[in-house]
Design a protein around this ligand. Structure first.
Ligand SMILES: Cc1cc2nc3c(=O)[nH]c(=O)nc-3n(C[C@H](O)[C@H](O)[C@H](O)COP(=O)(O)OP(=O)(O)OC[C@H]3O[C@@H](n4cnc5c(N)ncnc54)[C@H](O)[C@@H]3O)c2cc1C
Length: 289
Protein backbone atom coordinates (compact mmCIF):
# COMPACT_ATOMS: atom_id res chain seq x y z
CA UNK A 1 0.00 0.00 0.00
CA UNK A 2 1.39 3.39 -1.03
CA UNK A 3 1.19 6.18 1.55
CA UNK A 4 2.52 9.70 1.96
CA UNK A 5 2.69 12.42 4.58
CA UNK A 6 0.59 15.51 3.98
CA UNK A 7 2.11 18.79 5.19
CA UNK A 8 0.27 22.11 5.40
CA UNK A 9 2.99 24.69 6.11
CA UNK A 10 1.89 28.14 7.28
CA UNK A 11 4.78 30.09 5.78
CA UNK A 12 7.00 30.09 2.69
CA UNK A 13 10.10 29.42 4.78
CA UNK A 14 8.42 26.41 6.43
CA UNK A 15 7.45 25.07 2.98
CA UNK A 16 10.91 25.51 1.46
CA UNK A 17 12.52 23.93 4.54
CA UNK A 18 10.25 20.86 4.13
CA UNK A 19 11.03 20.61 0.42
CA UNK A 20 14.76 21.02 1.01
CA UNK A 21 14.71 18.45 3.85
CA UNK A 22 12.92 15.74 1.87
CA UNK A 23 14.46 16.47 -1.55
CA UNK A 24 13.14 14.35 -4.42
CA UNK A 25 10.79 12.52 -2.02
CA UNK A 26 8.67 15.69 -1.61
CA UNK A 27 6.38 17.52 -4.04
CA UNK A 28 4.63 20.89 -3.74
CA UNK A 29 0.85 20.56 -4.08
CA UNK A 30 -1.18 23.43 -5.57
CA UNK A 31 -4.55 22.78 -7.29
CA UNK A 32 -3.66 19.10 -7.55
CA UNK A 33 -5.31 18.65 -10.97
CA UNK A 34 -2.16 17.19 -12.45
CA UNK A 35 -0.30 15.90 -9.40
CA UNK A 36 -3.21 13.94 -7.92
CA UNK A 37 -3.78 12.19 -11.26
CA UNK A 38 -0.10 11.15 -11.28
CA UNK A 39 -0.48 9.83 -7.73
CA UNK A 40 -3.65 7.90 -8.55
CA UNK A 41 -2.01 6.30 -11.56
CA UNK A 42 1.17 5.61 -9.58
CA UNK A 43 3.31 7.52 -12.11
CA UNK A 44 4.73 9.50 -9.17
CA UNK A 45 5.12 8.28 -5.60
CA UNK A 46 6.28 11.21 -3.47
CA UNK A 47 6.57 10.38 0.26
CA UNK A 48 5.67 13.97 1.20
CA UNK A 49 3.10 16.38 -0.22
CA UNK A 50 3.67 20.01 0.73
CA UNK A 51 0.39 21.91 0.31
CA UNK A 52 0.99 25.50 -0.79
CA UNK A 53 -2.60 26.69 -0.59
CA UNK A 54 -2.60 27.62 3.11
CA UNK A 55 0.49 29.77 2.93
CA UNK A 56 -0.40 33.44 3.42
CA UNK A 57 0.79 35.71 0.63
CA UNK A 58 0.49 33.26 -2.27
CA UNK A 59 -3.13 34.02 -3.18
CA UNK A 60 -3.03 37.71 -4.09
CA UNK A 61 -4.01 39.13 -7.45
CA UNK A 62 -3.27 42.82 -7.93
CA UNK A 63 -3.69 44.89 -11.07
CA UNK A 64 -1.68 48.04 -10.51
CA UNK A 65 -0.28 50.33 -13.16
CA UNK A 66 1.51 48.47 -15.86
CA UNK A 67 1.40 44.94 -14.48
CA UNK A 68 -0.70 42.16 -13.04
CA UNK A 69 0.85 40.36 -10.07
CA UNK A 70 -0.57 36.92 -9.48
CA UNK A 71 0.22 34.77 -6.43
CA UNK A 72 1.20 31.21 -7.34
CA UNK A 73 -1.92 29.55 -5.90
CA UNK A 74 -4.45 31.89 -7.56
CA UNK A 75 -6.91 29.69 -9.47
CA UNK A 76 -7.19 30.20 -13.23
CA UNK A 77 -10.84 31.25 -12.82
CA UNK A 78 -9.77 34.25 -10.71
CA UNK A 79 -7.23 35.23 -13.36
CA UNK A 80 -9.94 34.93 -16.00
CA UNK A 81 -12.15 37.36 -14.04
CA UNK A 82 -9.29 39.80 -13.39
CA UNK A 83 -8.48 40.25 -17.09
CA UNK A 84 -12.11 40.50 -18.26
CA UNK A 85 -11.84 44.20 -19.22
CA UNK A 86 -8.38 44.13 -20.79
CA UNK A 87 -8.49 43.75 -24.57
CA UNK A 88 -4.87 42.62 -25.03
CA UNK A 89 -4.91 40.13 -22.15
CA UNK A 90 -8.25 38.80 -23.39
CA UNK A 91 -6.88 38.24 -26.90
CA UNK A 92 -3.86 36.36 -25.52
CA UNK A 93 -4.14 34.87 -22.00
CA UNK A 94 -7.97 34.92 -22.05
CA UNK A 95 -8.04 33.01 -25.34
CA UNK A 96 -5.69 30.40 -23.83
CA UNK A 97 -7.86 30.08 -20.73
CA UNK A 98 -10.96 29.53 -22.85
CA UNK A 99 -9.34 26.37 -24.24
CA UNK A 100 -9.66 24.80 -20.79
CA UNK A 101 -13.30 23.90 -21.17
CA UNK A 102 -13.90 22.35 -17.76
CA UNK A 103 -15.04 24.89 -15.11
CA UNK A 104 -13.85 22.47 -12.40
CA UNK A 105 -10.35 22.56 -13.88
CA UNK A 106 -10.32 26.36 -14.07
CA UNK A 107 -11.60 26.62 -10.50
CA UNK A 108 -8.93 24.31 -9.09
CA UNK A 109 -5.82 24.61 -11.26
CA UNK A 110 -3.46 27.44 -10.31
CA UNK A 111 -1.26 29.68 -12.42
CA UNK A 112 1.79 28.50 -10.47
CA UNK A 113 0.84 24.89 -11.21
CA UNK A 114 0.57 25.56 -14.95
CA UNK A 115 4.05 27.10 -15.08
CA UNK A 116 5.77 24.64 -12.73
CA UNK A 117 4.30 21.78 -14.76
CA UNK A 118 5.96 23.16 -17.95
CA UNK A 119 3.80 20.94 -20.14
CA UNK A 120 4.84 21.48 -23.77
CA UNK A 121 1.18 21.60 -24.82
CA UNK A 122 0.00 24.04 -22.12
CA UNK A 123 -2.24 26.68 -23.66
CA UNK A 124 -1.06 29.52 -21.44
CA UNK A 125 2.68 29.29 -22.05
CA UNK A 126 2.87 30.96 -25.51
CA UNK A 127 0.69 33.98 -24.59
CA UNK A 128 2.47 34.50 -21.25
CA UNK A 129 5.86 34.33 -22.99
CA UNK A 130 4.77 36.75 -25.71
CA UNK A 131 3.69 39.25 -23.05
CA UNK A 132 7.10 39.14 -21.32
CA UNK A 133 5.97 37.46 -18.08
CA UNK A 134 8.41 37.03 -15.20
CA UNK A 135 8.31 34.61 -12.26
CA UNK A 136 9.49 35.07 -8.67
CA UNK A 137 10.91 31.99 -6.95
CA UNK A 138 11.52 31.49 -3.24
CA UNK A 139 13.97 28.93 -1.93
CA UNK A 140 16.40 28.19 0.88
CA UNK A 141 18.76 30.81 -0.62
CA UNK A 142 16.07 33.53 -0.72
CA UNK A 143 14.19 35.12 -3.63
CA UNK A 144 15.09 35.38 -7.32
CA UNK A 145 13.20 36.67 -10.33
CA UNK A 146 13.50 35.13 -13.80
CA UNK A 147 11.94 35.87 -17.18
CA UNK A 148 9.52 33.03 -17.97
CA UNK A 149 11.67 32.33 -21.03
CA UNK A 150 14.58 31.37 -18.72
CA UNK A 151 12.35 29.52 -16.25
CA UNK A 152 11.08 27.05 -18.89
CA UNK A 153 13.95 24.73 -19.77
CA UNK A 154 12.19 22.00 -21.74
CA UNK A 155 9.44 19.38 -21.61
CA UNK A 156 8.36 19.27 -17.93
CA UNK A 157 11.68 20.91 -16.96
CA UNK A 158 12.03 24.25 -15.21
CA UNK A 159 14.73 26.29 -13.49
CA UNK A 160 13.21 25.46 -10.06
CA UNK A 161 16.08 24.40 -7.81
CA UNK A 162 16.09 22.14 -4.75
CA UNK A 163 13.54 23.39 -2.21
CA UNK A 164 12.36 26.23 -4.46
CA UNK A 165 8.76 27.29 -4.89
CA UNK A 166 7.29 29.47 -7.59
CA UNK A 167 5.90 32.33 -5.50
CA UNK A 168 4.50 34.95 -7.88
CA UNK A 169 3.88 35.59 -11.57
CA UNK A 170 4.07 39.12 -13.04
CA UNK A 171 2.26 39.72 -16.32
CA UNK A 172 3.09 43.08 -17.94
CA UNK A 173 0.22 45.10 -19.41
CA UNK A 174 1.71 46.23 -22.71
CA UNK A 175 0.40 49.75 -23.42
CA UNK A 176 -1.30 49.99 -26.81
CA UNK A 177 -0.46 46.39 -27.60
CA UNK A 178 -2.54 44.17 -29.87
CA UNK A 179 -2.45 40.45 -29.42
CA UNK A 180 -3.63 37.15 -30.79
CA UNK A 181 -3.81 33.48 -29.90
CA UNK A 182 -4.30 30.77 -32.52
CA UNK A 183 -4.45 27.04 -31.92
CA UNK A 184 -5.16 23.86 -33.81
CA UNK A 185 -5.88 20.78 -31.74
CA UNK A 186 -6.93 17.22 -32.41
CA UNK A 187 -10.64 17.12 -33.07
CA UNK A 188 -11.60 14.75 -30.29
CA UNK A 189 -12.69 16.50 -27.09
CA UNK A 190 -9.73 17.24 -24.86
CA UNK A 191 -7.30 16.31 -27.64
CA UNK A 192 -3.85 17.90 -27.37
CA UNK A 193 -3.00 21.01 -29.36
CA UNK A 194 -0.76 20.35 -32.37
CA UNK A 195 0.22 23.97 -32.83
CA UNK A 196 -0.32 27.12 -30.77
CA UNK A 197 0.90 30.55 -31.76
CA UNK A 198 0.52 33.74 -29.76
CA UNK A 199 1.74 37.24 -30.42
CA UNK A 200 1.88 40.78 -29.08
CA UNK A 201 2.43 43.73 -31.45
CA UNK A 202 2.75 47.40 -30.54
CA UNK A 203 1.89 49.76 -33.42
CA UNK A 204 4.66 52.19 -34.44
CA UNK A 205 5.15 55.05 -36.92
CA UNK A 206 4.34 54.76 -40.67
CA UNK A 207 2.02 51.79 -40.14
CA UNK A 208 4.88 49.73 -38.74
CA UNK A 209 5.27 47.98 -35.40
CA UNK A 210 7.54 49.23 -32.62
CA UNK A 211 7.53 45.92 -30.77
CA UNK A 212 6.80 42.38 -31.94
CA UNK A 213 6.85 39.31 -29.74
CA UNK A 214 5.81 35.99 -31.30
CA UNK A 215 5.85 32.54 -29.70
CA UNK A 216 5.02 29.09 -31.07
CA UNK A 217 3.98 26.33 -28.67
CA UNK A 218 3.14 22.61 -28.76
CA UNK A 219 5.43 22.10 -31.76
CA UNK A 220 8.66 21.12 -29.96
CA UNK A 221 10.10 20.43 -26.51
CA UNK A 222 9.34 23.94 -25.27
CA UNK A 223 7.59 27.06 -26.57
CA UNK A 224 9.90 29.00 -28.91
CA UNK A 225 10.23 32.72 -29.58
CA UNK A 226 10.32 33.48 -33.32
CA UNK A 227 13.04 36.15 -33.71
CA UNK A 228 13.13 36.04 -37.53
CA UNK A 229 9.40 36.66 -37.69
CA UNK A 230 9.79 39.51 -35.23
CA UNK A 231 12.59 41.10 -37.28
CA UNK A 232 10.58 40.90 -40.52
CA UNK A 233 7.61 42.61 -38.87
CA UNK A 234 9.74 45.30 -37.22
CA UNK A 235 11.33 46.15 -40.59
CA UNK A 236 8.16 46.14 -42.73
CA UNK A 237 6.45 49.45 -43.57
CA UNK A 238 3.56 49.08 -43.28
CA UNK A 239 3.76 46.02 -41.05
CA UNK A 240 0.95 44.28 -42.96
CA UNK A 241 3.21 44.10 -46.02
CA UNK A 242 5.47 41.73 -44.08
CA UNK A 243 2.79 39.24 -43.05
CA UNK A 244 3.34 36.68 -45.84
CA UNK A 245 7.13 36.64 -45.42
CA UNK A 246 6.82 36.52 -41.61
CA UNK A 247 4.39 33.59 -41.67
CA UNK A 248 6.65 31.61 -44.03
CA UNK A 249 9.72 32.31 -41.86
CA UNK A 250 7.89 31.25 -38.69
CA UNK A 251 7.11 27.83 -40.11
CA UNK A 252 10.83 27.16 -40.50
CA UNK A 253 12.20 28.60 -37.29
CA UNK A 254 9.83 27.16 -34.67
CA UNK A 255 11.76 23.88 -34.32
CA UNK A 256 8.70 21.74 -35.12
CA UNK A 257 9.07 18.00 -34.49
CA UNK A 258 7.18 14.86 -35.55
CA UNK A 259 5.43 12.79 -32.90
CA UNK A 260 2.50 10.44 -32.40
CA UNK A 261 0.00 13.19 -33.23
CA UNK A 262 1.45 14.99 -36.26
CA UNK A 263 4.45 15.18 -38.57
CA UNK A 264 6.93 18.03 -38.49
CA UNK A 265 5.84 19.06 -42.03
CA UNK A 266 2.16 19.20 -41.04
CA UNK A 267 2.98 21.32 -37.99
CA UNK A 268 5.03 23.71 -40.15
CA UNK A 269 2.18 24.10 -42.62
CA UNK A 270 -0.35 24.75 -39.87
CA UNK A 271 1.98 27.16 -38.12
CA UNK A 272 2.25 29.25 -41.28
CA UNK A 273 -1.54 29.40 -41.61
CA UNK A 274 -2.10 30.26 -37.95
CA UNK A 275 0.63 32.91 -37.92
CA UNK A 276 -0.87 34.55 -41.01
CA UNK A 277 -4.35 34.55 -39.46
CA UNK A 278 -3.15 35.87 -36.13
CA UNK A 279 -1.06 38.64 -37.67
CA UNK A 280 -3.92 39.65 -39.96
CA UNK A 281 -6.27 39.85 -36.98
CA UNK A 282 -3.86 41.80 -34.79
CA UNK A 283 -2.91 44.22 -37.59
CA UNK A 284 -6.53 44.73 -38.56
CA UNK A 285 -6.59 43.17 -42.04
CA UNK A 286 -9.11 40.40 -41.41
CA UNK A 287 -8.54 36.93 -39.90
CA UNK A 288 -9.90 36.02 -36.50
CA UNK A 289 -8.29 36.21 -33.13
C1 LIG B 1 -8.75 16.88 -17.18
C2 LIG B 1 -7.67 17.88 -17.47
C3 LIG B 1 -7.80 18.71 -18.59
C4 LIG B 1 -6.79 19.65 -18.87
N1 LIG B 1 -6.95 20.44 -19.96
C5 LIG B 1 -6.00 21.38 -20.23
C6 LIG B 1 -6.14 22.23 -21.36
O1 LIG B 1 -7.12 22.20 -22.12
N2 LIG B 1 -5.11 23.13 -21.59
C7 LIG B 1 -4.03 23.21 -20.77
O2 LIG B 1 -3.15 24.04 -21.03
N3 LIG B 1 -3.89 22.42 -19.70
C8 LIG B 1 -4.83 21.50 -19.42
N4 LIG B 1 -4.68 20.69 -18.33
C9 LIG B 1 -3.48 20.81 -17.50
C10 LIG B 1 -3.75 21.72 -16.34
O3 LIG B 1 -3.63 23.06 -16.78
C11 LIG B 1 -2.72 21.45 -15.26
O4 LIG B 1 -3.08 20.19 -14.70
C12 LIG B 1 -2.77 22.48 -14.17
O5 LIG B 1 -2.48 23.72 -14.68
C13 LIG B 1 -1.85 22.22 -13.03
O6 LIG B 1 -2.11 23.19 -12.02
P1 LIG B 1 -2.38 22.73 -10.52
O7 LIG B 1 -2.47 23.98 -9.71
O8 LIG B 1 -3.52 21.80 -10.43
O9 LIG B 1 -0.99 22.00 -10.22
P2 LIG B 1 -0.67 20.68 -9.38
O10 LIG B 1 -1.31 19.50 -10.01
O11 LIG B 1 -0.93 20.92 -7.93
O12 LIG B 1 0.92 20.63 -9.61
C14 LIG B 1 1.47 20.40 -10.89
C15 LIG B 1 3.01 20.30 -10.74
O13 LIG B 1 3.58 21.55 -10.43
C16 LIG B 1 4.23 21.54 -9.15
N5 LIG B 1 3.86 22.83 -8.52
C17 LIG B 1 2.60 23.33 -8.43
N6 LIG B 1 2.65 24.58 -7.92
C18 LIG B 1 3.94 24.86 -7.71
C19 LIG B 1 4.63 26.02 -7.21
N7 LIG B 1 3.97 27.14 -6.87
N8 LIG B 1 5.97 25.96 -7.08
C20 LIG B 1 6.66 24.85 -7.46
N9 LIG B 1 6.08 23.74 -7.96
C21 LIG B 1 4.73 23.74 -8.06
C22 LIG B 1 3.70 20.31 -8.43
O14 LIG B 1 4.63 19.79 -7.52
C23 LIG B 1 3.46 19.37 -9.61
O15 LIG B 1 4.67 18.79 -10.00
C24 LIG B 1 -5.65 19.75 -18.03
C25 LIG B 1 -5.53 18.91 -16.89
C26 LIG B 1 -6.53 18.01 -16.61
C27 LIG B 1 -6.37 17.15 -15.38
Amino acid sequence: MYGFDYHAPQSLSEATALLAQHGAAAKPLAGGTDLILHLKERRLKPRHLVDLKRIPGLDHLTAEGSELRVGAVVPLRALERAIAGDELLQATVGAGLRQMKSPTLRNRATLGGVLANADVTADLLPPLLALGTTVALHGPGGDRVLPLDEFLLGASRTALGAGEILREVTIPRVAGGRGFFQRLGLKRVGGPPLVIVAGVLVPGPEGGVARASLVAGAVGPRPARLPQVEQILLAARPAVSGIEQAAAAGAGEAGAVSDLWATKEYRQEILEVLLRRGLQAALGTGGDR
